[in-house]
Design a protein around this ligand. Sequence first.
Ligand code: GLN
Length: 493
Amino acid sequence: MTALNELTLAEARDGLKAKRFSAREIAQAHVEAIERAGALNAYLAATPDRALKMAAVSDEKIAKGEARPLEGLPLGIKDLFCTQGVATTAGSKILEGFEPHYESNVSTQLWRDGAVMLGKLNLDEFAMGSSNETSAYGNTISPWRRRGSEAALVPGGSSGGSAAAVAAHLCLGATATDTGGSIRQPAALTGTVGIKPTYGRCSRWGIIAYASSLDQAGPIARTVQDCAILLGSMAGHDPRDTTSVDRPVPDFEAAVSRGVKGLTIGIPREYRVEGMPAEIQRLWDQGAEWLKAAGATIREISLPHTPYALPAYYIVAPAEASSNLARYDGVRYGLRVPGKDIAAMYENTRAAGFGREVKRRIMIGTYVLSAGYYDAYYVRAQKIRTLIKRDFEEAYASGIDAILTPATPSSAFGIGEKASADPVEMYLNDVFTVTVNMAGLPGISVPAGLDAQGLPLGLQLIGRPFDEETLFAAAQTIENAAGRTTLPQAWWA
Ligand code: GLN
């Protein structure tokens, strides 16, 4: 029999309902797997007592025939979501010792539906990064390794802890957030599925802000169906977040088996970037073939402003971050480093509390928002953002239902390999994902195969606003054709 922590979320749900095992047993299997996997550094804090308590409640509910949609399913929570009474760090020293007295809306809805909390997952500091290397609490190590090598690889970022924990069977699914690719990129690098829903689909209330006009929560899980199940619970209107949209949450799980017959899938020629590895191009062609074989029509399209997306993103995101991070001043949360007066206390706290990448973004953001540079940088970036959005609108107006692209320009890289003197090298990881945040659209990353080194590669599907259902249907078609990725040998346990 498959170990309980190796089931898919849907299998676990059905097994619990059929009383083949108990919520306590499945929680215990995860608690033990987490204990053995310290080497991965995926969890910043495990909450085994809470998990077993929640599981006991689930077992009672199941016994009474009152099971809720996620009853007894153990999940990990990215440490950017505030969790009541459980330390929340955002991967930063500046929030050391911060214990929220409120719970994020998304996690509240997961617990409302009966899910069980296993703990808090590692991430890049304030979700800024593509490799987990900016976490103040050490890198999460990917459970994957190159064939014949023991070199430690990154799990991607910023939701690297979430992706690694899902891939290594340390939870059935995890919450994540995506500002420029932080759900889709780590999912692609770890052979897991991740969806960033449409901006406004999930409430941002209680999620520590990075760049508020781009941030969106979503799930990472091992299958497309599991992501659909989780998003169904995470999504929904919340009056406490004015950007959360008041529209019904569709039955995402039902959409998974819809197929792609009659759909038109766009292949944007601008995503064929210079120097793209042949393997990625082959995978992309293969993805289009799979969709075609399942009844979709494939059409080449143009999204002409794509090349400007990355530079514009790296103006808009730091600008918003510099404003959002102004609140960490040593007065209200976490760390405080005293000084001779209050200004010195602010300076000392921020100097000691923030890491290098966060400081770089605050400086860039402050610069592009300052008088004299505002029009030259920030306003222009916002104009580019409008043009990027228009490109997508025109493609959809011409009859395109979804767009297929690679998820990342490469497979996982080694720790330290890209954290070199040039931060732009790291920023290039997001070349295929940032456009989607700039336009507020939904995007899903689905595993599509392994590269020559035996590492997972993902394909991305981009949808119309609030049409996550088509993404689930198309991603399931790719999952069916590609087969589930063979998960790594548990070298860490
Ligand atoms: N890597 C991108 C950044 O550093 C995206 C991060 C994210 O989506 N949170 O900004």
